[in-house]
Design a protein around this ligand. Structure first.
Ligand code: HEC
Length: 296
């Protein structure tokens, strides 16, 4: 790991990205998690979960479409490589595109580019010519048709070719745990009121000593009763915390990861907490359950 660390750029915060690879810390998915924070307006305390995860982010020079590399290839590097990988070889569970012509018809590829599919956003910002150029590059038709794109302006000299978590050979992050925390911050003062590790996992090194604080996706919800609910963690559990102290009050095992923000609502005087268990991130299995909890 040290060898790898020494081979990439690490010069502290705000280091510009380069073509050797730069350490991004915290990573592309937090610091503060994309699930968002929860706020109690009565006392101005914000509750937010966070990740402590180093990533390596790397750029690649983009051809200008004139020599060697084609317009379609350059456009694919700008618009597709950051998710599908620098050589479109697939990345972080996102499918490869090098052999996509064996799986999909040309028209299906165009439709996916324009409208998106699943977790892939549509790209209505691309002109039809640009979409055609990318598609023809992907299906290998480009040269045969000597396709020219007149009104594309490739002004981007570099594009992101890869970004991935910096992990060791066993799949553990290269920084010390906790890799995930839950925090209460007083917005009146900016002070942290408490920070606790979020989630637990067996340790390979010492089975009696689980790792505290796991990578997490999805936010917390707070209640008037002073209890915070959050799932989010890779151990596929949902938990309740005391909002004043950060003490864990309860936890339950989900059918798959609750990588979402819980909702709470009341029907006929009974309060429910619901979490969507979609799973499927961080190497955990996918699921399709909504789970609802209520007290008698
Ligand atoms: C923000 C990330 C992202 C970007 C950018 C992106 N994709 Fe995707 N792409 C995905 C994901 C995620 C999937 C898997 C979608 C699913 O759930 O089926 C996917 C799937 C695809 C598929 C279907 C592959 C298959 O085997 O079924 C094609 C084709 C595709 N993308 C083409 C492109 C092209 C071309 C570009 C650039 C113009 C692009 N994508 C840019 C994330 C991305």
């Amino acid at each position: 790991m040290l060898e790898k660390f020494n081979s990439i750029t690490s010069q502290g915060q705000f280091t510009p990205m380069d073509t050797t690879g730069v350490i991004l810390f915290p990573g592309a998915d937090g610091g503060a998690e994309w699930g968002g924070a929860a706020l109690d307006p009565r006392d101005g305390v914000m509750y937010v979960n966070a990740n402590e995860m180093a990533w390596i982010i790397k750029m690649k020079e983009v051809g200008d479409g004139s020599e060697g590399s084609s317009v379609g290839q350059s456009l694919a590097q700008i618009h597709c490589a950051r998710c599908h990988g620098g050589d479109l070889q697939g990345l972080n569970g996102i499918p490869e595109l090098q052999n996509v012509k064996l799986r999909l018809e040309t028209d299906s590829i165009k439709t996916i580019i324009q409208k998106g599919r699943g977790a892939m956003p549509g790209m209505p910002n691309l002109s039809e010519e640009e979409t055609n150029a990318i598609t023809e590059f992907l299906v290998g038709m480009e040269e045969a048709k000597d396709h020219r794109v007149e009104n594309t302006k490739i002004e981007v000299p570099y594009s992101i070719s890869s970004f991935a978590r910096f992990k060791d050979d066993r799949g553990f992050p290269v920084v010390k745990p906790p890799w995930g925390t839950l925090n209460a911050i007083d917005l009146n003062t900016g002070e942290y009121l408490w920070t606790v590790p979020l989630g637990h996992e067996e340790s390979l090194d010492d089975p009696n000593n689980p790792v505290s604080g796991l990578e997490n996706y999805g936010g917390p919800v707070v209640t008037k009763g002073g209890v915070l609910f959050i799932a989010a963690t890779k151990d596929e559990k949902i938990r309740a915390f005391h909002m004043k102290t950060g003490k864990k009050l309860w936890e339950d095992q989900l059918s798959s990861g609750g990588y979402a923000t819980p909702i709470t609502y009341q029907v006929d005087g009974k309060q429910y907490v619901v979490i969507s268990c979609g799973g499927g991130k961080m190497g955990t299995p996918s699921g399709d359950e909504y789970r609802a909890y209520a007290l008698e």
